[in-house]
Structures are given as C-alpha cells and as structure tokens.
Design a protein around this ligand. Structure first.
Ligand code: MF3
Ligand code: CO
Length: 248
C-alpha cells in the first residue's frame, strides 16, 4: 500500500530532514584520519538528543547503533567501530532521524584525508547518479525512470549498481512501498504521484555488484573486495518537482 503524504506531513518530515542534514554537515567536519566511527556514532546520539530527535535505526530489527558506518569495501550496514579511519579510506555514514513522529533518511560518503583518483571517481559518480535519479522523480514518471537514469550513468562510468539493497518510500515507517531499485528499464513500475515521499540511495561499486553479509548478520561487503560508495536523500514528489528534504 502506498501512503501519500499531505503538505503538513511533508513539512514535518522536512524538520527531521533539516536536523539530519545539519548532523551530516557536522560529521563532514569530524572526518579525518584517526577518528573512529564509534566516536561519530556517539556524536550523532548526542546531537539528536539535544534536538529532541531520535535515531530510528537503533533497535530496528535489532540493529545496535544510531548510524551505519561502511568503510571501503563495505557496501552498507557496517557497524561503527573502535578502528580509526586511515588516510585514503572512504566511509559512508547512514542514519534515519525521527522527529515528532516523522522520519528522514540520508547517507553520505566521505573521503578520509586524500584518496586515490579511483576512489574520488567512485565518490563523484555515485553522488552525481543520486542527483540524476532525483531529476526523474517527477509526477507522471515511473520508478523505473529513476532506476534507469542511475544505472545507465553508473555503467557508462564503469561502475556497477548494487541490486540487493534499494530505496523505499518513507513516512512514519522507515520502509514503505514502493521500493526504488537503482537499476532496471525505464517506463516501468509504479507511477509517481504528488505526495509520495521516497529515498533514492544508490550504492555503486568499483568491481562487481555482488555482495556478501558478514557473520554479524548486517555488514554487507563486495564479494571482490573492491570499494563501494553511497549517497542517499529523502525527497517529496510535488507538482512543482522533487523537493529534497535532507539537503545539506
Ligand atoms: N538507512 C538505511 C535504509 O535506507 C538503513 C537502515 S538499516 C537499519 O533503509 F536497520 F540499520 F536501520
Ligand atoms: Co534508506
């Protein structure tokens, strides 16, 4: 079932999104060689508590942290850890913020210190693919138009698109229908309507798109050990076009 949102509800999601975006701006300042992702996670817990918001991921299907912290070959759902980030790493911080009952979801990848040209290419193309997907999120288009825009650009840049994890509608629940795959043919799937709120969250890999899950039951890695990046926004579909609710 698709749950359309009113303007008032979208405004509430935008409040959660503003808190989330400000949190990402602060995280961007913290990312340096030597910092640990557990320190970032603890910062997020404090930051949200001070604003009367809560980290929706914590306890979600038993997930133990406020954030996911996915380093290098980890695609998504990495656990924050005591391991310091190193110069040349890339790290994705993902979180879902709840404020006044409504949610916003955004992930961002960051370079740590100075990264290789290949890693920078991965970051640049993944971020651009998110915005190409968002451009397609207009009333009358279909989910497949978003998927196709992302896949065709990613593959033209020699990157692969993760299949196992997809975007989703969001509202009072983290995962609502429909799903938003980042691969697939255009002009297929659910037609986009005013009042839909979705995430677009492409995960692109330098090597194969296939993934495996660690024994912790969460951490998703590339099977070939090559690196992966992800950028995610929550956006509302309006008659005036897509409105990003988590813009930094
Ligand atoms: N924010 C993510 C998503 O897009 C990950 C949620 S996984 C969790 O759905 F279980 F940790 F919350
Ligand atoms: Co999401």
């Amino acid at each position: 079932m698709i749950i359309l949102k009113t303007q008032e509800q979208i405004a509430k999601m935008n409040k959660a999104g503003d808190i989330l975006a400000e949190c990402h701006r602060q995280i961007a300042q913290m990312i340096k060689p030597g910092v640990t992702t557990l320190e970032i996670d603890q910062f997020v817990e404090r930051f949200l508590a001070e604003r009367g918001a809560t980290p929706e991921q914590k306890g979600y299907h038993g997930y133990p942290f406020a954030t996911c912290a996915s380093v290098n070959d980890v695609i998504c759902h990495g656990f924050p850890s005591h391991e310091p980030l190193k110069d040349g790493d890339i790290v994705t911080i993902d979180m879902v913020v709840k404020y006044d009952g409504w949610l916003a979801d955004s992930a961002w990848s960051y370079p740590v210190g100075s990264v290789s040209e290949e890693a920078q290419h991965l970051l640049d193309v993944t971020k651009k693919s998110l915005y190409l997907g968002i451009e397609q999120a207009v009333v009358g288009n279909r989910i497949g138009d978003i998927s196709h825009a992302i896949q065709s650009y990613a593959e033209s840049q020699n990157l692969s698109v993760v299949r196992h994890f997809v975007g989703h509608a969001i509202g009072e629940n983290m995962h609502e229908e429909p799903q938003v795959p980042h691969y697939g043919p255009p002009n297929r799937g659910t037609r986009l309507k005013e009042g839909m709120v979705i995430t677009i969250e492409p995960m692109l890999n330098l090597g194969t798109y296939q993934c495996k899950i660690d024994s912790d039951g969460w951490t998703a890695r590339t099977v070939d050990g090559k690196w992966s990046a992800q950028y995610e926004h929550t956006l509302a579909i309006t008659k005036d076009g897509p409105v990003i609710l988590t813009e930094q």
